[in-house]
Write a protein that binds this ligand. Structure first.
Ligand code: ZN
Length: 160
């Protein structure tokens, strides 16, 4: 059976960046399950899996525009350290929750200079070219219930 919209796909994958750093992998875990065509996984990978079959192995290179987006410098801002409460010491690399006009968001601390803290609200993988090594483990039709819910049930999926 070929991968097409409304099929449930199980796959093993390894995700690396352009420096060959492993960012994520299903190694040692259950394969990942998703419903093809429902936006469960990033669009650039979904496109390249279309038409593949059980047992196929592919290397999919996904550009930032079809991955987590380009970096947007407008999404960084400098805020005063005094704006943060709590005892935890601010460190570069830590993630903080901030309030925005669109609600709460997660930002990474990218620089600390005296009382100035630089926050970056870009996705950590924004601007990164993604390399997926994928092995298709199985392909089956999604059930009506799975399509209604928009996610996979059973092994490797959601449970209710
Ligand atoms: Zn469900």
């Amino acid at each position: 059976m070929k991968i097409a919209d409304n099929k449930v796909v199980q796959m093993h994958y390894k995700l690396t960046d352009d420096k060959n750093t492993v960012l994520d992998s299903s190694e040692g875990r259950e394969p990942l399950s998703y419903i093809h065509g429902s936006g469960n996984i990033i669009i650039g990978l979904e496109k390249q899996l279309s038409g593949k079959e059980e047992g196929d192995k592919i290397n999919a290179v996904v550009s930032p525009t079809e991955g987590y987006g380009e970096r947007d410098d407008k999404l960084t801002q400098v805020v005063p350290k005094s704006g943060f409460q709590g005892d935890e010491e601010m460190k570069v690399g830590m993630q903080v929750q901030i309030g925005t006009e669109q609600g709460n968001a997660i930002a990474s601390v990218t620089k600390i200079e005296g009382e100035d803290i630089t926050l970056d609200m870009n996705h950590p993988l924004a601007g990164v070219t993604l390399n997926f090594d994928v092995e298709v483990v199985s392909v089956r039709d999604a059930t009506k219930e799975e399509l209604d819910h928009g996610h996979v049930h059973g092994p490797g999926g959601h449970h209710h």
